[in-house]
Ligand binder design. Structure first.
Ligand SMILES: *[C@@H]1O[C@H](CO)[C@@H](O)[C@H](O)[C@H]1NC(C)=O
Ligand SMILES: *[C@@H]1O[C@H](CO)[C@@H](O)[C@H](O)[C@H]1NC(C)=O
Ligand SMILES: *[C@@H]1O[C@H](CO)[C@@H](O)[C@H](O)[C@H]1NC(C)=O
Ligand SMILES: *[C@@H]1O[C@H](CO)[C@@H](O)[C@H](O)[C@H]1NC(C)=O
Length: 459
């Protein structure tokens, strides 16, 4: 009988698609990383692979700085580096090491052998570790159904099929496409059962404001989790019931597609898919073969409008939504703070108006206004002039005659004076306002380095 049962189980397993194996927890046989195993951070050092080879665990240097490595998990069979988990708070130098020690502790050492991080496993010690086909890296203690530590419980910015986000769990965006340090947006599965996207202020993670919420909060909710199921759908589950679909479109089968979701550095929570067949390396710009199934929220520029914080883009820049991607631009007379990252905001190419005696802003001959149609920087106004007799030229005049004024916003009969830094800038056809930016004449061409006013975003 026992033999029969084993045999039918074996046949069952043989006929099962390897793609479905992530449905199952790891067996002892998957637990291939034994005590004293170690990986060293250097280019081309072979990682630990999952049984199917789909995911890898090891060191990568995604930042362009080849001397800095991140302990990471990535999709190993797609040509574009797609990191799904990393110890992003501990970039390490070449020669650093991750080791499952003989004592059963999982420790990251720097290049001089000092311990800089250790997986928290309470009083338990692991007997082995495994990179699973789901993308989950786990530490086990004998009993294979009981993980004493797993990367799925410590997510960074990415969410994978088979993973759950429990109450008080969160995902944090990174700084930019290539900088994996924590950025300024967070997805939180709250204790009240609400799933919320927040702008945050580092380093304290204080909230600058919510820009999307599932609105599923209750006074005393039963256990609520964000679920990424094996079929690739994302939804909110409460007491075993699907209460809200985050994924709203039909999907292709996981036999044909890879899926992941991520709170991106621009703050949008995106669900991505990619054909398993397309393994050609694209050489063109924006070379990723990952495509977006869904973006939440669909217009970041309009969603992130808060009196605290810079908005979807950085300070002094304005945001234009293009197919769900917030693009950030600097106005004339301003340049990107970081030429490689338009999301970090813009600095003026001139000295700020400060009402000094010989300041350019005090000499009307030296001042001009740059106009931007359908553009607004709400919230930083300090004075409002209103009335039907106010036209655009009078609005400029108000700002011109006020040496504190940085810019004015005009909408037909209101003229708002603005102070620095400008925030929450947005340009869209539905914004019926004209922005009037006060700059010194020729600030763009002569007195200052040339402004790069229209930078393009990555991705
Ligand atoms: C986010 O989750 C991390 C652990 O994954 C935790 O350390 C941190 O306190 C959480 N932050 C918030 C605001 O919940
Ligand atoms: C990423 O950004 C942070 C904060 O701006 C900075 O301290 C860090 O050096 C950057 N990391 C890399 C690898 O450039
Ligand atoms: C979520 O989507 C599935 C499949 O389209 C549907 O059957 C289900 O009723 C939806 N759930 C909710 C709560 O809308
Ligand atoms: C702004 O809009 C007005 C009226 O539609 C148009 O005449 C003007 O050329 C526009 N200015 C710019 C800078 O696009």
């Amino acid at each position: 009988m026992a033999f029969q049962a084993t045999r039918s189980l074996l046949i069952f397993l043989i006929f099962l698609s390897p793609l479905l194996s992530s449905v199952f927890v790891a067996g002892q046989s998957d637990c291939r990383i034994t005590l004293n195993s170690a990986l060293t951070a250097r280019s081309n050092s072979p990682p630990w692979l999952s049984p199917s080879g789909e995911f890898a665990f090891g060191f990568r240097s995604p930042s362009g700085n080849k001397d800095l490595f991140l302990l990471s998990i990535w999709f190993n069979k797609v040509p574009e580096l797609t990191i799904v988990w990393s110890k992003n708070d501990h970039p390490v130098e070449e020669g650093s090491k991750i080791q499952l020690t003989s004592a059963g502790e999982f420790v990251l050492y720097d290049s001089r052998g000092h311990e800089i991080w250790k997986a928290r496993t309470g009083s338990q010690r692991s007997t082995c570790a495994a990179m699973l086909d789901s993308g989950n890296f786990v530490l086990m203690n004998g009993d294979s159904s009981n993980y004493i530590w797993e990367s799925f419980d410590m997510p960074t910015d990415t969410f994978l099929p088979g993973q759950r986000l429990s109450m008080e769990g969160n995902l944090t965006s990174r700084q930019s496409e290539s900088n994996y340090s924590d950025g300024r947006f967070q997805l939180r599965m709250q204790r009240d059962g609400n799933l919320v996207l927040y702008g945050i202020f580092l380093p304290t993670e204080s909230v600058s404001g919510a820009y999307w919420a599932s609105e599923t909060d209750l006074a005393n909710p039963p256990d609520t989790q964000l679920v990424f199921d094996e079929a690739g759908f994302i939804y909110l589950e409460r007491g075993n019931k699907n209460i809200l679909n985050v994924t709203k479109r039909p999907l292709g089968s996981r036999r044909e597609f890879y899926y992941f979701a991520r709170i991106d550095f621009d703050g949008a929570f995106r669900h991505y898919s990619r054909s398993r067949r397309n393994n050609a390396v694209d050489t063109g710009r924006g070379s990723s073969a990952w495509s977006v199934v869904q973006t939440t929220p669909e217009d970041m520029c309009a969603a992130v409008l808060k009196d605290l914080g810079s908005g979807a883009c950085g300070y002094n820049s304005y945001c234009v939504n293009m197919d769900g991607t917030p693009n950030c631009f600097c106005p004339d007379g301003y340049s990107p703070l970081d030429p490689l990252n338009p999301h970090r905001g813009c600095r003026p190419n001139f000295e700020l108006p400060s009402c000094q005696e010989n300041g350019w802003e005090s000499n009307v001959e030296l001042v001009e206004f740059k106009e931007l149609n359908n553009t607004d920087w709400p919230f930083t106004d300090y004075e409002l002039q209103t009335g039907p007799e106010i036209d655009k030229e009078r609005c400029k005049e108000f700002c011109l005659r006020d040496c504190f004024c940085a810019a004015a916003i005009y909408n037909g009969n209101n003229c708002w004076k603005k102070r620095f830094p400008l925030s929450n800038g947005r340009q869209s056809r539905d914004v019926n306002r004209i922005a009037l930016l006060k700059v010194p004449k020729d600030s763009v061409t002569s007195t200052c380095p040339k402004a790069k006013d229209r930078s393009t975003t990555l991705l």
